[in-house]
Design a protein around this ligand. Structure first.
Ligand code: NI
Length: 170
């Protein structure tokens, strides 16, 4: 399973598309989740979203440290704190680039697991940041979209992408 990066025009276009809800949590979805977890771990990432592997479906996986991997299907944020926190973020689709991003410090989220059961999670710290980063991916948003124009242009330039060729969200 290849991870899409912004350096390839066709892949960047996929990364900028809004993913569709998953209608049936079936064996194909379970298999996709397993493959995504493997690709995420192999790439030394802590999160991976469907569009990053060319699947425009609302699913992402997270694995932080020694914790068990988590799968989120059709996730929706149900509450956010007014308080923000800042983390230096990276992304498997923007390899080698890191920048501080401010996001809600605490979030509440509802999603479905691979057994088709809904669950809610209330969390803060790194997990809250990673969830928001991955949820962004499902809406065609990359962490560089949260940076100043100058910083964004600088990172895009490292992948030979002109800001004028950076696609809008579709
Ligand atoms: Ni990412």
């Amino acid at each position: 399973m290849d991870i899409y990066t912004i350096g390839f025009e066709e892949q960047l276009r996929i990364l900028r598309r809004v993913a569709a809800p998953i209608k049936n949590i079936n064996g194909d979805v379970v298999q996709l989740a397993e493959e995504m977890i493997n690709a995420m771990v192999k790439g030394n990432g802590i999160g991976l979203a469907g569009p990053q592997v060319g699947q425009l479906q609302r699913i992402f996986t997270i694995k932080i440290g020694e914790d068990d991997p988590m799968v989120f299907i059709n996730p929706e944020i149900t509450a956010t704190s007014a308080e923000l926190s800042s983390y230096e973020e990276g992304c498997l689709s923007i390899p080698g680039q890191y920048a501080d991003v401010e996001r809600s410090a605490e979030i509440q989220l509802q999603a479905w697991n691979t057994r088709g059961r809904p669950f809610t999670i209330e969390t803060s710290g790194l997990l809250a940041t990673v969830i928001q980063h991955e949820l962004d991916h499902l809406n065609g948003i990359l962490f560089i979209d949260h940076l100043s124009e100058r910083k964004k242009r600088n990172i895009l330039g490292k992948f030979d992408v002109e800001i004028s060729n950076y696609p809008g969200v579709e």
